[in-house]
Design a protein around this ligand. Structure first.
Ligand code: RIB
Length: 292
């Protein structure tokens, strides 16, 4: 069994600031760093580090994206399904404040140039029972979901960043949702506590397993009548970027290796805690040996 992650690859330009810049304000940053990132790339690296076979599909610009592929290859990700386009690689402008919190501005670039022909070719490499992991930073997501469903692949959706396109995706095909409270509220069109959101999502998608992340309050998992709660591991926060991606990769990777959901959640929480204690997106993701 292997996993196809069809997802974004970004160059993260990270600026260290006292506070996030406000409208009309000009603000100096104390440091500027460039990291490999993108929710897709981060999740592929986390999946690979958790110990499963990962193929990443997506697109980078032919002149500026090579270092992202090197980073993934070094982590053990198969990148043969990543296309090269004539334009620019996607990038993110990230402000990181003194508390390690961030705000992110995205430019999609090559991430928005996925073609249906590429998707068809990529799907040839997978079979029923393989996993497909998706976030919401590339185009053609509905088409990718249709093709994966036809194949009998297990579909994992992290609907982040949330936007109006999500409602047009065939969400009934999703086997696993990993999402935060805002995303959950938008998808089920309701507000409420974590438990209420979880129950509403469970009613709306009775066949899906749901992981709801609650920031400092940890996460909850629902599969039918089974509900699990997972606290976070508290550590000094350096940079929260990619913590959620690390959690997603280790949780799904753990399940694929046969871990019980409770164990996979615990490992995912530990991996995310290690990631927030380090700077950057992909470079902050730990190895499985560190997590265990
Ligand atoms: O989840 C973190 C990621 O979101 C960053 O690496 C950035 O590229 C954006 O995609």
């Amino acid at each position: 069994m292997k996993v196809l992650n069809y997802g974004s690859l970004n160059i993260d330009n990270v600026y260290s600031v006292e506070h996030f810049v406000r409208g009309g304000e000009t603000l100096s940053s104390s440091k500027m760093e460039i990291f490999s990132g993108g929710k897709g790339l981060n999740q592929s690296i986390a999946l690979a580090k958790s110990g499963v076979e990962v193929w990443h599909a997506g697109a980078v610009g032919e002149s500026d994206g090579e270092f992202l592929l090197e980073m993934m290859k070094n982590a053990g990700v198969d990148v043969r399904l990543v296309a090269h386009t004539a334009g620019k690689t996607g990038h993110a402008i990230i402000q990181r404040d003194v508390n390690g919190q961030n705000c992110i501005l995205l430019y999609g670039g090559a991430n928005q140039e996925i073609t249906r022909a590429q998707v068809d070719a990529a799907m040839e490499c997978f079979e029923a029972g393989d996993f497909l992991v998706l976030q919401n930073e590339i185009n053609e997501i509905a088409y990718i979901m249709e093709k994966a469903h036809e194949k009998g692949m297990k579909i994992v959706l992290n609907p982040s960043p949330m936007d109006e396109k999500i409602a047009g995706y065939p969400l009934d095909y999703v086997d696993y949702f990993l999402l935060n409270e805002i995303e959950a509220g938008d998808i089920c069109g309701c507000q409420g506590s974590g438990r209420e959101l979880l129950d509403k999502l469970g009613e709306r998608f009775p066949g899906a397993k749901i992981v709801l992340t609650l920031g400092g309050d940890g996460s909850m998992y629902k599969d039918g009548d089974l509900v699990l709660e997972q606290p976070i591991y508290r550590v000094p926060v350096v940079d929260t970027t990619a913590a959620g991606d690390t959690f997603t990769g280790f949780f799904i990777g753990g399940l694929m290796r046969g871990e019980e959901p409770k164990t996979a959640l615990d490992h995912a929480a530990k991996a995310a805690a290690i990631a927030v204690s380090r700077p950057g997106a992909a470079p902050s993701i730990p190895d499985r040996s560190e997590v265990e």
